[in-house]
Design a protein. Sequence first.
Length: 291
Amino acid sequence: MASPLKSLVIDDNRYQKSFQLFLERSSEHQCMQDFIHNTLPDILASIGDGKSHLNVIGVGSGAGEIDLEMLSQLRLKHPGVTVDNEVVEPSSTQLHQYKVMVSQKPNLDYIKCTWNKMTSSEFEEQWRVKKMTKKADFIHMIQMLYYVKDPGATIEFFQSLLDNKGKLLIILVSGESGWGNRSQLCNTEISQCVTTGDMKSFLDSKGVSYQSYELPSQMEITECFTEGDEKGELLLDFLTEVLDFSNTASPELKAGVLELSLITSLWYPILLSYNPNKNSLNHTVLTTSAK
């Protein structure tokens, strides 16, 4: 019997609402920016090998705010370079917001953006069909491996695109957060219950070296426990990645999800501990190089 649960991403309007609420209730972007300004510059300094032109691929770039922060740091570490910025994003709403931001933000004339309204799988297929040989100096995949059928194969493909001294950056829920416990409630037709713990095991099995960085953050989840609360329902949608979760999940599944957040402190990417008002969150950043 087919599951009544549907992926949140099929309703872009509701996804955008739930995502914006998630950003308001969490310190996700702040912890990302802390990493971008304090740790990423040293990583970016090692790429390029003295080239005057760099190729960047953003996979699941969203509205582009984080992308442009990273490109700004890239420019600071490599003054005078030009950048080919390949953007891969399936949401037309977010891609439009990205384009608007680029058109309005000053001093971006060193960046040439190529817009790809597609999933990472579609991008991979297009790349193979066109027999592209271009190599990338920096590829970033932020909170997107939950939405691919085979996270390991996706990493292998994008790693194969790296030039010498190129870097692949992955940000996912931490494997230390208890997120793996959610697998008992996971529907892989909707999303992958994947953590950096899984990806570390995969990279280790392939003999791939990598660096790991922990990013602590917090999220306010009180509204999730109030029956019928509109914002709580939107947050539950985003955290479970299920469309209208509160009204389509069975009472047993809903109770299990709420209990899981209390017992394991592990919700969406990254819950570590619980108190009456907030959950501590944890992301992990992985960086790896060309084979």
